[in-house]
Design a protein around this ligand. Structure first.
Ligand code: ARG
Ligand code: ZN
Length: 872
């Protein structure tokens, strides 16, 4: 059944206070919920009270102290109904029993490696007790947690600790009180044997906050970086947004079985341990960056999500898009803004563009869903963040900050909507944002087609814009175009366009023309600087014009984009031809060489990105718009270009590797500058190895042998993984041996093998599924093997014989009953099947049909398969 935005109505009842008494037991956990309730003044008077519940055993039920017998209420698999609840305030006492050990869905209360934990977003609280499990029902919670002292010496809840002590019989308890009203999806508790790293932060309001990161015993040293990230996040949110923390404690717990990245439960963030634990020997630079970003993300939710929450799940982007924007800004301020922007756009193009172009496309604010957990998507998160960014670009940084202050002030303590968010900015700017709001409603990636003409007599340059969004009807979008002109010598600062004050032009019509005056020579336009809107840009520039931008643009994003554009065009041309002429790449190669000479050592992280080509997936998306995708042809063409670059620049790349090497004894630092040097060194190694695999094997082997950190070790292994031979197998074996008791590192070992672009990979994966350390109950492991294969191995996943599809659909079906959320997520790998060339398309269709024809599919998987197969 579909839930529709237009059907929203307020709850008929409210819950003001919740008292929970949770007696933890591995198989028979008892929960007593005492709910202080009343009819909602804006609800329907006298309506039945329908509480949500799932996989619960009801033990007892009492209304205002009177036990209710079974004929006084209705009970089924998803709800508990009181047909005639009181018309005034009342108290409901509900006793339920659950089995945390049997909870393989990892929603509600479950046990991960012996640690009790919860995940309630979006609708997991109903797996703990019967409740009005919707975000607009907000209550003050007091939680008493009781457990065996031996099994769970640490007991954590939301809010502040209120009391604790022995409970007899080897048991103990802790009471937590959260003064801030919150929806049930922000509830959490943890019980287990955990080590703690402690810190402290004093807010700008003078509150001293006790910080704790809880990890499995023995892992504390690996939590220091996360603790530091918490402290830096707290300081940044005060400085950048004026937001201070609002409780006396802030705890983060790392668990090893977790369906997603992390969760912003009030005062008690629970994390996938992959995004907490780091040491130089086990974590890559990318891991450190992710830990920092996700710690920040969950912390920032304290205001954008918790203090101001969502009225209903259609408003998910209200908290997620905004919070992604906030964590992106944090990372940009902490690291390099240009480098971070490029990586944001790479993620958007890799994950959101294909989603928006395929059968799973949906608006940033969806208007209907069958299963909300399938809408935690790149569109809601990443495109949602782009909308906030566009808003800031259009109204300016100052007005944006004023509007954010107003949003937090007016919506604090409420469950809000996208309209409430926009209203705050309308109020402070006196602008009408109703046309801008179309971004939330319209699925699909718009294309902006652009032509330019120069009038040497008048010294004017005219830019003609046309926006289009095929497949959806409606008036045009408001698209901020940040732009400028570049001449043979660089920026043409004297050129003026009245309608682009500060270099920002708002494209509000389907077509429009912008005229620059005082343009001394024929320019090259630098369009959508900083990727100012999530659109595809169609502008016919020559390679020479792109390369001029690479050399001279003042906007680093567009310098990177210029190199990407030239590479993209070459690869697409070659993918469609039988005999690629590698020399056609030489203008690009030469420009890259000149760039490296001039700038590589000044900003190695940026240089590493300039050297990176569009991914095979990016190229498929680009081709897939007009014609049919053949992943093998794409890979061949792209490798041809990489080889050419590696061959022609080999001396310079080798030289760079030397220049960038750490002096022996330099201690490891995960900071952005050090990471940037490693990134460029490893990009150089990679290109050298494509051009000369024999040298590549030696260099990679040497790098692995001397590596002092996981970034370099894994980069070496990644190079070897692409070169079949005994060295590769020996290195893989050695790696597994060395890290046999490090699950997060073994995940990398699984992933690297799953992405080998060779036909033997299928057998390799089949063998790995039998490996003693493979397990369907650990989502990280499943994602490492199956998810990496489907998302990171385009030629083998899309094998023409369909064996790659069969592997993934088998995995989906094997997981569907135990962990449907994870199964559904794996299945989204088929989201681009309609773009494939006809043979592969029909093979993929059959694989999807096989899933659809199963008799007992979870709602999660059935929703994805139905939408994936639907006519677009
Ligand atoms: N709110 C969490 C976060 O971004 C993610 C929760 C995902 N929940 C889900 N059901 N998929 O930060
Ligand atoms: Zn989030």
């Amino acid at each position: 059944t579909m839930i529709r935005l237009e059907d929203y109505r307020p709850s008929d009842y409210l819950i003001d206070r919740v008292e929970l008494d949770v007696r933890l037991h591995s198989r028979e956990t008892r929960i007593t919920a005492t709910l202080a309730m009343r009819p909602n003044p804006v609800g329907r008077a006298g309506a039945p009270l329908v509480l949500d519940g799932e996989d619960l055993t009801l033990v007892s039920l009492a209304l205002d102290g009177q036990p209710l017998c079974p004929d006084a209420y209705g009970l089924n698999a998803t709800s508990l109904t009181l047909p005639n609840p009181p018309s005034e305030s009342f108290t409901l006492r509900i006793e339920t029993q659950v089995n945390p050990t049997a909870n393989t869905r990892l929603m509600g209360l479950y046990r991960s490696n012996g640690v009790y934990c919860t995940q309630c977003e979006a609708d997991g609280f109903r797996r703990i007790t019967y409740f009005l499990d919707r975000p607009d029902v907000m209550a003050v919670y007091t939680t008493r947690i009781e457990a065996d002292l031996d099994e769970a010496p640490v007991l954590l809840g939301n809010g502040n600790p209120a009391d604790s002590g022995p409970a007899g019989d080897g048991r103990h308890y802790a009471i937590w009180h959260d003064p801030h009203p919150k929806p049930a999806y922000l509830f959490a508790l943890v019980g287990g044997r955990l080590d703690r790293v402690s810190g402290s932060f004093t807010t700008m309001e003078g509150r001293t906050v006790d910080l704790g990161i809880y990890v499995e015993p023995g892992q504390a040293a690996r939590a220091e970086y996360a603790l530091d990230a918490v402290i830096r996040s707290m300081a940044w949110d005060e400085q950048a947004f004026g937001r201070a923390y609002d409780l006396d404690v802030f705890n983060v717990v790392a668990v090893s079985d977790f369906n997603m990245g992390a969760m912003e439960n009030k005062g008690l963030n629970i994390f996938n341990d992959k995004f907490v634990l780091a040491s130089p020997e086990t974590a890559t630079d990318a891991d450190y960056a992710n830990i920092e970003a996700i710690i920040a993300h969950e912390y920032f939710h304290n205001w954008s999500g918790n203090r101001v929450t969502c009225r209903d799940w259609f408003q998910l982007c209200l908290k997620e898009g905004l919070t992604v924007f906030r964590d992106q800004e944090f990372s940009s301020d902490t690291r390099s803004r240009a480098v971070h922007r490029i990586s944001e756009v790479r993620t958007l193009r890799a994950r959101q563009f294909p989603e928006d172009a395929g059968p799973l496309a949906h608006p940033v604010r969806p208007n209907q869903y069958a299963e909300i957990n399938n809408f935690y998507t790149a569109t809601v998160y990443e495109k949602g963040a782009e909308i906030v960014r566009m808003l800031r670009t259009l109204i300016g940084g100052q007005a944006f900050r004023t509007g954010m202050d107003r949003y937090f002030a007016t919506c604090d303590g409420t469950a809000a909507t996208v309209e409430d968010f926009l209203a705050a900015f309308e109020a402070v700017t006196s602008r009408d944002l109703s046309a801008f709001a179309r971004w939330y409603e319209r699925p699909g990636t718009p294309t902006v087609s652009i032509t330019g003409d120069y009038d040497p007599e008048a010294k004017t340059y005219r830019i003609n814009f046309r926006q289009s969004l095929p497949g959806t009807e409606g008036p045009p979008l408001v698209i901020p175009v940040v732009l400028g002109l570049v001449g043979p010598e660089g920026a043409m600062d004297e050129a003026r366009a009245e309608r682009a004050p500060g270099g920002v032009f708002a494209l509000e019509q389907e077509t429009d023309t912008l005229t620059f005056s005082n343009v001394a020579a024929a320019p090259v336009p630098s369009l959508f600087r900083g990727f100012s809107a999530p659109v595809r840009v169609a502008f016919e520039a020559t390679d020479a014009q792109h390369l001029l931008l690479l050399r001279h643009d003042t906007d680093p994003f567009n310098r990177w984009q210029a190199a990407q554009s030239v590479g993209m065009r070459l690869v697409i041309r070659w993918a469609g031809s039988d005999s690629p002429e590698a020399a056609e790449a030489d203008a690009l190669v030469e420009a890259l060489g000149a760039f490296l000479d001039a700038e590589a050592l000044r900003d190695p992280a940026f240089a590493a990105l300039i050297l990176s080509l569009p991914s095979e997936g990016d190229i498929a998306n680009e081709i897939g718009i007009g014609s049919a995708v053949d992943p093998d042809a794409i890979r061949m063409a792209r490798e041809t270009l990489r080889r050419r670059i590696g061959e022609r620049l080999s001396d310079r790349l080798a030289q760079l590797r030397g220049d960038l090497a750490d002096r022996p004894g330099t201690p490891f630092s995960p900071d952005a500058a050090s990471a940037g040097r490693r990134a460029l060194r490893n990009a150089a190694l990679d290109l050298i190895a494509v051009a000369d695999p024999i040298a590549g094997v030696d260099l990679a082997g040497e790098q692995i042998a001397t590596a002092t950190n996981m970034t370099d070790r894994l980069a070496g292994l990644g190079v070897l993984a692409l070169i079949a031979g005994p060295q590769r197998e020996a290195a893989l074996k050695d790696f597994a041996e060395r890290f046999r008791s490090e699950p997060l590192v073994l995940d990398k070992w699984f992933a690297i093998q799953a992405t080998i672009p060779e036909s033997g990979t299928l057998e390799r994966i089949a063998a790995l599924r039998q490996h003693p350390t493979f397990s369907n109950t650990n989502p990280n492991r499943v994602r490492a093997l199956i998810g990496s294969f489907s998302s990171g191995n385009p030629t083998q996943f899309n094998r023409a014989d369909g064996a790659g599809y069969a592997l993934v659909t088998d995995a989906v079906l094997a997981l569907d009953q135990s962990n449907p959320q994870l199964a559904a997520r794996l299945l989204t790998a088929f989201g681009s099947w309609r773009m494939l060339e006809p043979n592969r398309r029909s093979v993929a269709h059959k694989a999807l049909d096989r899933i659809r024809s199963q008799t007992e599919l979870s709602r999660d998987v059935s929703d994805i398969v139905t939408r994936t197969l639907a006519e677009m």
